[in-house]
Design a protein around this ligand. Structure first.
Ligand SMILES: Cc1cc2nc3c(=O)[nH]c(=O)nc-3n(C[C@H](O)[C@H](O)[C@H](O)COP(=O)(O)OP(=O)(O)OC[C@H]3O[C@@H](n4cnc5c(N)ncnc54)[C@H](O)[C@@H]3O)c2cc1C
Length: 219
């Protein structure tokens, strides 16, 4: 390690339960924390669960105090819709490049009322509940989401495909929080350490036939 200055900030990538707890522990120890999450809200897999093994506690009851603590901790900056795209340096002194997709909704102005989503004419399968339900092209990831704000699904929004095609959400929003021209931004963060907590993706059940995938009926 060189004699470069040691930076008292940490980048945590992934805002699931492990990333949130890492962020809280670091922030409580006095470090500045940048919590980078690729989805529009933190929470990860646990936000999608009902009761959890082995205590049968309600997942959201366990997690929501942490959502609140992370959301209001002065040492934690939550950066949603964002991914780490570059990292250089050495332990104690890194420069991280983070690409943040435009949310098209101002976090400062959005009051989370949902008037935009009520008017949005686009319905898509909701990945958050495994495609069992539908959501709109402007949506909040889940009811208790942190940040408590809507985001535009840029791949599905009619107005982003054709500016004259829609715009119903703009008229419905009482806070004038929606801006379809919001640009993506690249952030350069100076941090002393990086914690990677990206969780997992569901695997292809065909790869492990011994668990009964394709044999037992799912529903
Ligand atoms: C159906 C199901 C039931 C379960 N039941 C239980 C149970 O009863 N009891 C129990 O203890 N555990 C249970 N688990 C396991 C538990 O949910 C996980 O162990 C836990 O949620 C993992 O937390 P995590 O923070 O590591 O990852 P995750 O919750 O997956 O969070 C990772 C986060 O990182 C984000 N991310 C990923 N890649 C990037 C990137 N490149 N840049 C930025 N962000 C990124 C993701 O969007 C996500 O928000 C269950 C899991 C499943 C799927």
């Amino acid at each position: 390690m060189t004699d470069k200055k040691q930076i008292g900030a940490v980048l945590v990538v992934g805002g699931g339960i492990s990333g949130m707890q890492s962020a809280l522990d670091l922030a409580e120890s006095g470090y500045r924390v940048y919590l980078v999450e690729k989805k529009p809200a933190i929470g990860g897999t646990m936000a999608r669960l009902d009761k959890t093994f082995p205590t049968n506690d309600c997942a959201m009851c366990t997690m929501s105090p942490k959502l609140v603590d992370v959301g209001r901790h002065l040492n934690i900056e939550i950066i949603t819709g964002a991914e780490l795209i570059g990292l250089e340096g050495e332990p104690g002194n890194f420069k991280a490049k983070v690409l943040q997709q435009a949310r098209c909704v101002s976090l400062e102005k959005c009051i989370g009322c949902g008037a935009c989503a009520e008017e949005c004419p686009v319905k898509v399968d909701d990945d958050f509940d495994g495609g069992l339900g539908k959501r709109k092209a402007i949506y909040k990831l889940y009811a208790q989401a942190t940040p408590n704000a809507y985001a535009v699904d840029k791949a599905k929004c009619l107005k982003l495909k054709n500016p004259k095609a829609c715009g119903k959400c703009l008229k419905a929003c009482p806070a004038e929080a929606i801006d379809h021209s919001m640009p993506d931004t690249t952030l350069e963060l100076e941090v002393g350490a990086v914690v990677l907590s990206p969780g997992f993706d569901p695997m292809d059940g065909d790869l492990r036939g011994e668990f009964g995938w394709g044999i037992y009926q799912m529903f």
